[in-house]
Design a protein around this ligand. Structure first.
Ligand SMILES: [Fe+2]
Length: 181
């Protein structure tokens, strides 16, 4: 099965799944994140990273109830692992780093925490909390960390129920272009 068909199947089977603590479904949230990337003129690979950034949530059953109990299911690593078998390293890394990008932004931008949704503020603790100064410095020196920070901002802005104008089929060509053979 092609990566596109696998993604389409995952998105369709999770279509009604609500995004843990947010007023939007996970699938619409991921699509809005891709739309935000596209609107900012992001490169194709980064648009696909945005589209797939929370795929780990779709792959882990009971992620919502685990998170309610204060357990981090590491959807960043789960998603990156799945993506690594189907897409190049730039997409893998941007997805892997998108939770750390939140810890980085809270550490380096004093307004950022208050711009986060309540659910994102709560999960920050479960995910290990804000970075120290040296952790923030180490983070941003990694390859694709700057792109992960961009992704994080599209992510935070992609939580408006009913605002998505595209669906997964609109990304078929782009997915096929960037997927590994
Ligand atoms: Fe997200």
């Amino acid at each position: 099965m092609s990566a596109y068909l696998e993604i389409k199947e995952l998105f369709e089977s999770a279509k009604a799944e609500e995004y843990l603590g947010e007023d939007i479904t996970l699938v619409e949230h991921m699509i809005q994140c891709a739309e935000n990337a596209q609107a900012d003129g992001a490169q194709d690979w980064l648009i696909i990273a945005a589209l797939l950034h929370d795929i780990g949530h779709l792959l882990v059953p009971d992620a919502a109830s685990a998170q309610d109990s204060g357990i981090d299911m590491h959807h960043d690593d789960v998603g990156a692992e799945w993506i690594s078998k189907r897409f190049p390293n730039n997409i893998v890394q941007a997805v892997r780093l998108h939770v750390d990008a939140k810890k980085y932004l809270v550490a380096t931008d004093s307004d950022y925490f208050h711009q986060l949704s309540e659910a994102s503020q709560i999960t920050l603790d479960i995910q290990g909390g804000v970075f120290s100064e040296s952790e923030a410095t180490d983070f941003i020196q990694q390859q694709y960390a700057h792109e992960a920070v961009l992704l994080r901002k599209w992510d935070d802005a992609g939580k408006v129920r009913g605002a998505a104008k595209t669906d997964i089929s609109d990304y078929e060509d782009l997915i096929n272009e960037v997927a590994l053979d």
